[in-house]
Design a protein around this ligand. Structure first.
Ligand SMILES: C[S@@+](CC[C@H](N)C(=O)[O-])C[C@H]1O[C@@H](n2cnc3c(N)ncnc32)[C@H](O)[C@@H]1O
Length: 339
């Protein structure tokens, strides 16, 4: 069953006693200076996704990433189109073994396995996501070709050269040292194999001396539980440092590359009940409902605070997008050396 109602959301991951702990961890993480070496961003992501996984599924669907939008196209169609673009660039086909690094609840994995026929193993650092992804894989009759492990993608449990290819949607930005993730991907993919996906970066319009830019940057990092953001140029450099040959890096959010803004679903007027959930008005309504549920002890303590984190996140994302200082859509393709 999809997370169709807010009752499903408050009975999911949040209903465990971990909600309070995870919230405390999240607050502590972003009170500190984001660049402090003692911050464990892996543990941070684990806690963050205890809080938000069901809200994401309720508001966004089973794939937790943005996509380049075309006029007249639904959000889910644009998400699927990006997933197929990545899979096609990797030339995935039946019989190939593929890693999904930072797989969420497996939306991309199921869509790619169905359309391209590969066998896909997802890795996520959050145990609730593993459970949810496995249930959905079984529900979609894809559990023969889609599997999920609880693992940190900066230290994967797989032997060298385990996969023919790897992809990642909007997950590498959770690691403070992007290079560590890329090195692991380079190790577990066979020599000559391809790695592709999309990730979040600051654009060249970001000015570190501008207090407003820094406010928006911090809002995006805190609201989305990610590590300090880096520029597109620094992200490109991380591939070289990890020993990967970067074949393509392109910001799909650039005004000259797009028909519609990627952040439109977070602000547009609602055309459907499902769309309403993502908009500013819909998010305010969600907050009112979960506040009432929490007061009535029908939702665990921490539900309202989580909804508020997500509201602030959405506002910061829209502001970052409108100012052009941030992109969630750096599309990359890299090749592992050798072969
Ligand atoms: C924005 S979600 C994207 C999920 C998925 N790629 C999708 O598009 O649906 C980021 C994902 O990265 C995972 N993640 C963050 N840090 C991780 C780490 N150190 N190791 C493994 N997974 C991690 C999170 O658990 C989450 O599943």
């Amino acid at each position: 069953m999809a997370k169709g109602s807010l009752i499903d959301v408050v009975r999911g991951a949040l209903s465990s006693a971990r909600a309070k702990d995870s919230l405390a961890h999240h607050d502590a993480r972003y009170q500190a200076d984001g660049s402090a070496p003692e911050i464990d961003h892996g543990a941070g992501a684990e806690h963050f996704y205890n809080l938000v996984t069901d809200f994401y599924e309720y508001g966004w669907g089973q794939s937790f990433h943005f996509a380049p939008r075309q006029r007249g196209e639904s959000l889910s169609a644009s998400i699927a189109r990006l997933e197929h673009r990545v899979a096609s660039r990797l030339a995935l086909q039946a019989g190939m073994r593929v890693l999904d690094a930072g797989c969420g609840i497996g939306g991309p994995m199921r869509s790619i396995a169905r359309s391209h026929g590969a066998s896909i193993e997802g890795a996520t650092i959050n145990a609730y996501q593993v459970e949810r992804a496995r249930a959905l894989n079984a529900q979609h009759k894809l559990d023969g070709r889609c599997s999920v492990v609880l693992a940190d993608f900066t230290q994967l449990p797989h032997p060298n050269a385990s996969f023919d290819a790897a992809y990642s949607f909007e997950a590498i930005c959770h690691a403070e040292q992007r290079e560590r993730v890329l090195r692991e991907l380079a190790r577990v993919v066979k020599p000559g194999g391809l790695i592709a996906g999309t990730d979040w970066c600051l654009t060249e319009a970001f000015n570190a001396q501008d207090a407003e830019h820094q406010r928006v940057r911090r809002g995006i990092e805190e609201g989305n539980g990610i590590a300090p953001m880096i520029t597109i140029a620094a992200f490109e450099q991380a591939f070289a440092s990890a020993g990967l040959e970067l074949l393509e890096a392109r910001d799909l959010a650039r005004i000259d590359q797009r028909e519609m803004p990627w952040y439109e679903p977070l602000k547009a007027s609602p055309f459907s009940i499902h769309g309403l959930r993502r908009t500013s008005a819909g998010r305010q309504l969600t907050t009112i409902i979960v506040t009432a549920l929490e007061r009535a002890k029908l939702a665990p303590s921490g539900t309202r605070a989580t909804a508020e984190i997500l509201n602030r996140a959405a506002d910061a994302l829209v502001e970052g997008g409108e100012r052009g200082i941030f992109t969630p859509l750096v599309f990359f393709v890299a090749r592992v050396a050798g072969a």
